[in-house]
Ligand binder design. Structure first.
Ligand SMILES: C[S@@+](CC[C@H](N)C(=O)[O-])C[C@H]1O[C@@H](n2cnc3c(N)ncnc32)[C@H](O)[C@@H]1O
Length: 274
């Protein structure tokens, strides 16, 4: 009992180390951990112990020197919230199907190529879901289109889950979709190959310069900016603007907002146009 207490004490983070870590994470990954001291201590205490660190000071020293690699990946996996689910904010998907897809379909009649990015895709539900909506929309014409989606996230853990594609489906997943786009895997469901093949997963830090070859017709950037402070958010929104074709769309979450002086034109509370 007393030795347990001493371990907990050893793993308490000092003000100095807490501030060093918060600054490092915010500067490199945009995630604001100012209010997350308890989370850092509770989620990282065991990691430190397992890796043989005896204090947060040692660990933060190493992180700041190492700057990349496995330790950073593990840290980010522990501190980010990857919560996501299919059919999230269906109003936005309705708008996507009724207004956005007809618009971009018309614009791309000649090249039949759509460019769509799920910019913080977590375990893959969002880009797979978007693909299902597109497959339904195009129906028999789907094969004529190249609508492969880019799906990125900072966390390699969630990208691994996305690539595995095995899910507990929510009750509101239409039966027709369960049949068409999944196959049963025990008590869960595996995403079908045709949906999987439409999504290209990559690790990407939203703090980085966006250098993808093509500009996007639609960017889904939902439930990630909530972790960023205002300057980080403003800079990201501007980079997303520059990475979009004229007339292209940005879809955020209903619980988020864009800065008031944005160049994006508001269409609904979660959907914007360049
Ligand atoms: C709550 S999930 C959102 C998933 C999905 N977009 C949705 O709305 O359901 C937030 C995701 O943002 C990712 N993330 C956090 N900071 C990031 C960054 N700097 N660059 C890229 N992804 C980041 C996390 O790893 C996490 O998977």
């Amino acid at each position: 009992m007393s030795s347990d207490k001493s371990v907990v004490k050893e793993m308490t983070i000092s003000d100095v180390d807490f501030n060093r870590m918060v600054k490092f994470i915010q500067g490199n990954y945009g995630i604001d951990l100012h209010a997350k001291r308890q989370l850092i201590q509770s989620r990282l205490g065991n990691v430190l112990k397992r890796k043989g660190y005896t204090s947060f000071e040692q660990y933060v020293d190493f992180l700041l020197k190492d700057g990349s690699g496995d330790d950073i990946n593990e840290l980010l996996n522990k501190l980010t919230t990857n919560y996501t689910y299919f059919q999230r904010e269906t109003d936005s998907f309705d708008y996507f199907v009724k207004r956005i897809l007809p618009d971009i379909e018309r614009k791309h009649q000649a090249d039949k190529t759509l460019s769509i990015w799920s910019a913080a895709c977590s375990s893959g539900e969002e880009p797979y879901n978007v693909t299902m909506y597109m497959m339904d929309y195009f129906g028999a014409h789907w094969k004529e289109w190249d609508a492969r989606m880019l799906a990125t996230d900072l966390s390699v853990d969630v990208l691994g889950k996305a690539q595995q594609g095995i899910y507990q489906l929510p009750d509101n997943m239409p039966e027709e979709w369960k049949k068409n786009y999944f196959k049963p895997s025990g008590t869960r469901h595996q995403i079908s190959q045709k949906v999987k093949d439409n999504v290209i997963f990559r690790q990407f830090n939203l703090m980085d310069e966006i250098k993808f070859k093509r500009k996007f017709d639609v960017i889904f950037c939902r439930n990630v900016m909530i972790y960023f402070d205002m300057p980080t958010k403003t800079a990201l929104i501007n980079r997303l603007y520059d990475a979009t074709v004229p007339g292209g769309y940005l879809i955020i979450s209903l619980s988020e907002n864009l800065p008031p002086d944005t160049r994006w034109k508001r269409l609904t509370s979660a959907i914007f146009q360049k």
